[in-house]
Design a protein around this ligand. Structure first.
Ligand SMILES: C[S@@+](CC[C@H](N)C(=O)[O-])C[C@H]1O[C@@H](n2cnc3c(N)ncnc32)[C@H](O)[C@@H]1O
Length: 236
């Protein structure tokens, strides 16, 4: 039996919409704009958390390489990898950002792939770091669990997976929450989603392969919070 198609959770699941955005020259804005600021923020944060040029990193939901254009020059050639559900965003980022900046030699096309199931196994590589910035803010928490399961075999023990979420207090989580700074109104059951810290701790507790650790030093202009899961044991 073929797998069930995933439901649409957000505008990124609408391939025609993404094609139109790219055709209109919006490949930067469609991933959230703030191009240099958010790219630098991701690179500088990872460096502050120990990312070295010799590490291997996979950018999950990399979009048009807002982080990639900053990380590729920092990492050793060939050490940056990326997946996204939308090939059109990856291609636009490659052709309009990576190639013009002369970065293609450090980031071969074989280092990125499109799929919506967080499959990084096709790269045949074990990663030290994984990053998912503003990805799980657009889908329900169970998709994070799918990602953790898919990613675990490709992460080295001690490897770090950093991803952002919108947080809500437990008492407020059933209602819309206005996130400050930024003013984004997040919701319990649709995009943009918020989650609670106990719900994240439950996800970690259910997984033998990951533990949740503090992720200090991240300051996002729209109040997304950084979460870190460390790969701790052999999982399947
Ligand atoms: C707000 S953008 C952020 C892009 C990038 N992380 C950045 O900071 O520029 C969210 C990205 O997640 C991607 N995405 C959504 N669902 C996905 C999935 N199931 N697997 C991989 N990527 C996904 C979207 O196509 C989009 O590029």
């Amino acid at each position: 039996m073929p797998p069930e198609p995933l439901p649409a959770f957000n505008a990124y699941d609408d391939t025609e919409h993404m094609r139109r955005q790219v055709a209109a020259g919006q490949h930067r804005d469609v991933v959230g704009g703030l191009w240099d600021r958010l790219g630098n923020l991701q690179r500088d944060f990872l460096i502050s958390r120990g990312l070295l040029p010799g590490h291997f990193l996979v950018d999950i939901g990399a979009g048009s390489f807002r982080a990639g254009v900053k990380l590729v020059p920092y990492l050793d050639p060939g050490h940056y990898y990326a997946i996204d559900s939308q090939l059109v965003l990856l291609q636009a980022g490659y052709e309009q950002e990576i190639v013009p900046q002369g970065l293609a030699v450090r980031f071969p096309q074989a280092n990125f792939a499109a799929n919506a199931v967080f499959d990084v196994s096709s790269f045949g590589r074990v990663f030290d770091y994984a990053l998912a910035q503003s990805v799980f803010t657009h889908m329900p928490l169970w998709r994070l669990e799918d990602c953790l399961t898919a990613l675990a075999p490709s992460m080295r023990l001690g490897g770090m997976f950093f991803f952002t979420v919108f947080l809500a207090d437990v008492e407020a989580a059933a209602r819309p929450v206005k996130q400050m700074p930024g003013g984004v109104v997040t919701l319990p059951d649709r995009d943009p989603y918020h989650v609670t810290r106990p719900a994240l701790q439950d996800v970690a507790a259910r997984s033998a392969a990951w533990r949740m650790v503090e992720a200090r030093g991240w300051s996002h202009p729209r109040n997304q919070q950084m979460v870190c899961f460390e790969r701790v044991a052999a999982g399947d």
